[in-house]
Design a protein around this ligand. Sequence first.
Ligand code: SF4
Length: 403
Amino acid sequence: MKKIELLAPAGNMEKLEMVFHYGADAAYIGGKSFNLRALSGNFDDEDLKKAVDYAHVQGKKVYITLNIIPHNSEIDIMADYIKYLSSINVDGVIVADLGVFELVKENSNLNISISTQASNTNWRSVAFWKRLGAKRVVLAREVSLNDIKTIREKVPDVELEMFIHGAMCISISGRCLMSNYMASRDANRGACAHPCRWNYSLMEEKRPGEYFPVFEDDRGTYIFNSKDLCSIEFIDQILDIGIDSLKIEGRMKGIYYGANVVKVYRNAIDSYTNGNYKFDPNWIEELKGTSNRSFTSGFYLGLPNENSQNYNTNSSYSQTHQLVAKVIEKLEDNTYILEVRNRLTTGEELEVITQTYAPYQFIMPEMINNENDELIKIAHPNTIIKIKTDNNLKVYDMIRKKL
Ligand code: SF4
C-alpha cells in the first residue's frame, strides 16, 4: 500500500516540533511573506532553513505556502525568495496563482503543489495543472468524495491532497472579500479577520442604533457561520480513494490543537494501513477536546445543509480540555521541567497526553518554581516549574485539564 502523508500546520518552530512528534509526516509553513496566514507567527529566512533541516533529519517534509493572490508590487519581488527556498531544499511550494507558478518554474526546480485557493473541483483542471508541471494538486474543499474518486481515476499520475480537518470558509475556500470590507484585512493576503463568524443583526435605515436580532429558526442566526470540517468518521472512505496527502487546517491554532488532532488522525491512518481499521469513538471525543466550532462533513458526503452551520449565537470556539503544561526536560531522579501554559495548582486532577494513544490520569504533585527553587501551590502561565513524579513523563508530553 502506498504511503499516505499526514500533513499538519505549523505556525512556528514549537508547533513544527509538536506535530512531528505526534505523528505528522510533513508540515506546511509560511515565510514572513507571500502566504495566507499573515498573523500566524511564521518563519523568517533563517528559521525556514532550521525548520527544513530539522524535518529532513527526521525523514519528514516541509512545504512552504506561497499562496497569496499577488499584485504587481508583490510578484516583482518574489523571484529572490523562490531562489532562496530552492537553496535550502524545501520539499515543495504551495501556489495558487499562475504568475507565481511560472515564476517558480523559471527560478527553481521546486516541486509545486496547487493550492486549494485555485479551486480545483474537476478532473480536467487537475489534469491541466499536471500537464503544466504541478507535482500535486490540493483539491478545493467544495468537492464530494465521489468527485474526488473520479478525479483520482481519471488523473492517476498526479499527487492529490485534500483537507480532512479544520475551519471551513463560507465562501469558496477563502476567496472572499468580507474581511476586506469589514476589517480592512485582506483574506487573499493572509489577514482574514473571520467576519463570517461574527454576530449579525438587522437595522432599519430610519432607526439607527435599533438592532433587531435575526432568527432563521428558533435556534437563532447562522447566516455565514460554518462548523469546522471533521473527517474522522469517514476517514476509511477517504483512504479507500487513494489520496496522497491528508491535510489538517489551523496554522494559527496552538500546540495542543496541532498535536492532538495529528495524533488522532495518525492513529486512524495507521490502523487502516495495518489492516485492522475499526472506528474508535474516542477519536471524536479527542477531537472535541481541542479548539473547534462543532463539526461538519463539509461537502464530502453531499452538499452542506442547515446542520453544517454553527447555531451558537456567540460564534465562539469550544473545547472540552485545556492545555496547562508541556514537559520540556527530563532530569535525574524522576524530576521533570515543565512549561506552564495555563494556571494550575498542586493536587489538581489532570491528564497526560503522550505520543502513544490513550491519555492517562495525573495528579499534579508539589511544584517548584525553577527560577528561584521556591515551593509554589499555584503556577501561572509562562512559569517554568520542576516536579517529581513516578509517572514516566517524556519530553513533549502535554498535561491538560478538563474544562
Ligand atoms: S471571512 Fe470567513 S469566509 Fe471569508 S475568507 Fe475569512 S474565514 Fe473565509
